[in-house]
Design a protein around this ligand. Structure first.
Ligand code: FE2
Length: 232
């Protein structure tokens, strides 16, 4: 009998294309450069880090109606992601709690982080050359890493201990994407942008999407509906 191999417990990412009119995209790009000019926290950015709008006073892109077409398309993609996971979106309400742009020039990058106050996040490439940096996802759980530290160890890589990278021994993955593409992932996923890659003024948009139940009756584990909350 031949061996049977099972790969359980995946991380599921959705990549898809969003078609926006060029005039809409141009206007969004113009607004983002306006935001950059009006940065409110200039010292936060250093020469190696990307400009991130949410740290510069511009964390509510969704309140600007010039971004409405974009967010309408995002909602469709989020529902498609839920469909893949097998979740009934009819029982849920969706909120954008924060949305922002990033601009990367030269080798500027965004360091490792996760969005723990949110449920689903995305990166959408409003302006991107094919050689610009991509999103890099890091697996913190590493179910198969029975040799601790081995999957991301440079010296283990150099020695060739891991003969060939495959889904069973990879803990960091680059999600290659083109302009107009969106990459949706669980907000708790550790991520960054590819370091040491030259960017020709790449612009991405991101948002944190928060999900509540529509009706929390007999439902223990979701966030209750906002309309039931009380500010006290
Ligand atoms: Fe992020």
């Amino acid at each position: 009998m031949t061996n049977k191999i099972y790969n359980f417990f995946p991380l599921t990412i959705l990549k898809s294309k969003i078609d926006l009119a060029n005039t809409t995209k141009d206007l969004m790009i113009k607004r983002i450069f306006d935001m950059e000019k009006n940065s409110k926290n200039k010292f936060y950015k250093n020469e190696k880090s990307s400009w991130t709008g949410d740290t510069q006073g511009f964390e509510f892109l969704h309140k600007n109606n010039e971004f409405d077409d974009f967010f309408l398309e995002v909602k469709k993609k989020i529902l498609e992601y839920l469909e893949v996971i097998g979740i009934d979106h009819n029982l849920l309400d969706f909120y954008i709690q924060r949305s922002w742009a990033t601009i990367s020039r030269g080798k500027e990058n965004i360091a490792q982080h996760k969005h723990l106050q949110s449920h689903l996040s995305f990166a959408y490439y409003l302006k991107k050359d094919s050689t610009d940096a991509n999103l890099l996802l890091i697996d913190e759980i590493k179910q198969n890493e029975f040799l601790p530290g081995s999957f991301l160890s440079p010296t283990i890589s150099q020695k060739g201990l891991i003969k060939k990278r495959n889904i069973s021994n990879t803990a960091a993955i680059i999600v290659e994407a083109q302009e107009d593409e969106i990459v949706i992932f669980p907000s708790k996923t550790l991520h960054q942008t590819q370091p040491e890659v030259n960017n020709n003024e790449r612009i991405s948009l991101s948002a944190d999407i928060f999900i509540t139940s529509k009706n929390s009756e007999n439902l223990e584990h979701l966030v209750t509906p906002f309309k039931e909350w009380k500010n006290f």
